[in-house]
Design a binder for this molecule. Structure first.
Ligand code: PEP
Ligand code: MG
Length: 575
C-alpha cells in the first residue's frame, strides 16, 4: 500500500494509465534570422493563448469556476510583459532559438519563486511550468497531444497540470494519483470539483506502477493499492458500493425540505473555507452560508490582501449566494495559523494567545481593512459579520466600535453600504458561553463553534495527537454548555446557530433539535446526511433524547446513546 495526501474523497478501482513524463530536447541552437525566430515564438504564444481561452470557455460552460480561474491565471502568465521581453531579449542578444530562450527565462523565474517562503508562491511554479510546456509543445509543432484512452482507467502521473487534465476524456477517468501536490494543489481542486477520488503526493508512484496494473484509490484515507489481492478488492468493492448507495439515497434529498416529522423547519447552512466550495453548497441545497472562513485570503502568501482584493472576494461570495444569508467571519489567525507578514512573536501557548479578534484588535489596520472590504461588499447580498474568539463583552464592544467607525467613514467617503449588517459572535470560549444571556442583549446572533469550545472547555489542544483521545464533543461538560447557550440565546430573543463540526455530525442532529437548535452550519458534503436526520426527527423524541443524554455522566455513555439513537432513526427513515 502506498500512502499519499488525501485530495478528493471516494473510492475507485481500475487499471492504471501512467502518463509519460514530458521531455523536451532543449538544444541550444544559434540562429541567423532573429526576426523570424521572434515571430515563431509569438505564433506559439498566440496558439497557446487560443488554446487556453478555449479551456476557459469550456470550464465556464461546465460551471467549473475554479478550473476557469486557474486557466485565467495561465492566460495572465502568457501575457506577462516581463516574460515576453525576457525571451525576446535573449533571442536578440544571444541569437538563440526560441525554445532555449523560453526555457532559460522561465527557469530564472522558477528559481525566484521556488526560494519564496510561502507555499502559495511555490505553487505558482506549477502554473509557470504548465504554461511554458504548452508554448514549447506549440514550438515543437502541433501543440499538446491528447492521450488516447479507450477504457475506464485511473490516471497516474508525476505531475498533472490543469491543462493536462483538460485534455483527458474525463468520462473514462475514474481517479487521479500524482507524485507531487498537496490538498490545495490544482489536481486536488479539479478532482474535487469533478467529484473524482484523488490521492496526491505519492512519492515515486510512477516508477512503481505500469499502465494496466490494477489499482485501488481510497481518496478519503490517501491510500493507493497496486495489484491488490482478491480480498482487498472485495473489501473495496463493497465500500464503493456502500458509498454509491449512500450518495444516491442522499442525492434524492436535495430538493426536499429540511423539516422534522413534527413540521419544524431547520435551517441548514454551509461552512465554506474556500470559494470553490460555494457551488457545492448551492448544489446540496444550503439555505445560506453560516460560516465563511476568510483565512484563505491571508494564508500562503507573503503580503496582506488589499482592501480591493478582499472586497472582490466578499462580493463574489455574496453574488454567488444569490441573496441567501452569508455569515462572513473576520480573520481568525493565530493558534495553528501563522501570518509571516505580521511578524508575530512565538508564543508558549498559541491557542491561548494572540488569536482571532485579539489579534485584530491589536493590528487595527488589518482589521479595519477587512471591515472596509466587508461593508463595501454588503450591498451585493445579505451579509452578516461574525467575530471569532470573543471572550468578553469589552472585546465585543471594541470590535463593534471599529466596525461602526469603518461604516461611518465609508458613508462619508460616498461608498454605498447596506442599511443593516447584523453583527454576531462565535461562541467558542467557555467565558462567552457562560455569559450568553449578557451577550444576547448586545449581539444580533451567536454561532456555537464546537471545535474550539470543546478544546477550551476540556483544556485539550485540538492539534495535539498525544491527547486526541481526550478531545471529545460527547463530553457532558461540552453538552451542558451548549444546552445553556441555546437556551439563553433563545430567551434573549437572538438567533443561535452552530458552525462547529458537531453541527455536521448526524449523530448529534436529533439531540441538538431536542435542545432547541434550529440552525446548523456544516461542510457542504455533510448537508444531505444531516437533512436525512432532520427529516427523521420528531420534537417529542428529540426532547426526550436530550433529557436522557444530558443526564448521562460520561462521554462514552453519551456517545453510545447517540449512536444507538441515530441507528434507530436511520432504520425508521428507511422503513
Ligand atoms: C469552531 O471553533 O468550532 C469553528 C467553527 O472555528 P474554527 O474551526 O475555524 O476554529
Ligand atoms: Mg474556532
Amino acid at each position: 500500500m502506498y500512502k499519499g495526501v488525501p485530495a478528493s474523497p471516494g473510492i475507485a478501482l481500475g487499471p492504471a494509465l501512467v502518463l509519460p513524463k514530458k521531455q523536451f530536447q532543449l538544444e541550444k541552437k544559434i540562429i541567423q534570422d532573429v526576426t523570424a525566430e521572434k515571430d515563431r515564438f509569438h505564433q506559439a504564444l498566440t496558439a497557446a493563448k487560443t488554446r487556453i481561452e478555449g479551456l476557459i470557455a469550456l470550464a465556464q460552460e461546465q460551471e467549473q469556476t475554479e478550473t476557469a480561474k486557474i486557466f485565467e491565471a495561465h492566460r495572465m502568465v502568457l501575457e506577462d510583459p516581463e516574460l515576453i521581453t525576457g525571451v525576446e531579449q535573449q533571442i536578440d542578444q544571444e541569437k538563440v532559438n526560441a525554445e532555449f530562450a523560453l526555457e532559460t527565462t522561465v527557469n530564472f523565474y522558477i528559481n525566484l519563486l521556488s526560494q519564496a517562503n510561502s507555499a502559495y508562491m511555490r505553487e505558482r511554479v506549477a502554473d509557470l511550468k504548465d504554461v511554458a510546456n504548452q508554448v514549447l509543445q506549440f514550438l515543437a509543432g502541433g501543440g499538446p497531444q491528447i492521450p488516447e484512452i479507450k477504457e475506464d482507467c485511473i490516471i497516474v502521473a508525476a505531475e498533472l497540470t490543469p491543462s493536462d487534465t483538460a485534455l483527458l476524456p474525463l468520462d473514462k477517468v475514474q481517479g487521479f494519483i500524482t507524485e507531487v501536490g498537496g490538498p490545495t494543489s490544482h489536481t486536488a481542486i479539479i478532482a474535487r470539483s469533478l467529484e473524482l477520488p484523488a490521492v496526491v503526493g505519492v512519492k515515486k508512484i510512477t516508477a512503481s506502477v505500469q499502465s494496466g496494473d490494477h489499482l485501488i484509490i481510497d481518496g478519503e484515507q490517501g491510500a493507493v493499492f497496486v495489484n491488490p489481492d482478491s480480498d482487498t478488492i472485495a473489501v473495496y468493492r463493497q465500500k464503493q458500493e456502500v458509498l454509491h448507495r449512500q450518495k444516491k439515497e442522499l442525492a434524492s434529498l436535495k430538493t426536499l425540505a429540511a423539516q422534522t416529522k413534527s413540521g419544524k423547519t431547520i435551517k441548514l447552512l454551509a461552512n465554506v473555507g474556500e470559494p470553490w466550495e460555494l457551488p457545492k453548497a448551492l448544489e446540496y441545497g444550503a439555505d445560506g452560508i453560516g460560516l465563511f472562513r476568510t483565512e484563505y485570503l491571508f494564508l500562503n502568501r507573503d503580503t496582506l490582501p488589499t482592501e480591493e482584493e478582499q472586497f472582490q472576494a466578499y462580493k463574489e461570495v455574496l453574488v454567488q449566494m444569490e441573496g441567501k444569508p452569508v455569515v462572513i467571519r473576520t480573520l481568525d489567525i493565530g493558534g495553528d495559523k501563522n501570518l509571516p507578514s505580521l511578524n508575530l512573536e512565538t508564543e508558549m501557548n498559541p491557542f491561548l494567545g494572540l488569536r482571532g479578534i485579539r489579534l485584530c484588535l491589536k493590528n487595527k489596520t488589518v482589521f479595519t481593512t477587512q471591515l472596509r472590504a466587508l461593508y463595501r461588499a454588503s450591498v451585493h447580498g445579505q451579509l452578516k459579520i461574525m467575530f471569532p474568539m470573543i471572550s468578553s463583552l469589552e472585546e465585543y464592544r471594541a470590535a463593534v466600535k471599529c466596525a461602526e467607525e469603518v461604516r461611518a467613514q465609508l458613508i462619508e467617503e460616498g461608498h454605498p453600504v447596506s442599511g443593516h449588517v447584523p453583527i454576531g459572535i462565535m461562541v467558542e470560549v467557555p467565558s462567552t458561553a457562560i455569559m450568553t444571556d449578557l451577550f444576547a442583549k448586545e449581539v444580533d446572533f451567536v454561532s456555537i463553534g464546537t471545535n474550539d469550545l470543546t478544546q477550551y472547555t476540556l483544556a485539550v489542544d485540538r492539534m495535539n495527537e498525544q491527547i486526541s483521545h481526550l478531545y471529545t464533543p460527547f463530553h457532558p461538560a461540552v453538552l451542558r454548555l451548549i444546552k445553556m447557550v441555546i437556551a439563553q440565546a433563545r430567551d434573549g430573543g437572538i438567533e443561535v446557530s452552530m458552525c462547529g463540526e458537531m453541527a455536521g455530525d448526524p449523530r448529534f442532529t436529533s439531540l441538538l433539535i431536542g435542545l432547541g437548535l434550529e440552525s446548523f452550519s456544516m461542510s457542504p458534503s455533510a448537508l444531505l446526511a444531516v437533512k436525512k436526520q432532520v427529516r427523521a426527527a420528531k420534537s417529542t423524541t428529540a426532547k426526550a433524547l436530550a433529557q436522557k443524554v444530558l443526564a448521562l455522566p460520561t462521554a462514552e455513555e453519551i456517545r453510545a446513546a447517540l449512536e444507538n439513537a441515530e441507528e434507530r432513526s436511520d432504520s425508521a427513515c428507511e422503513s
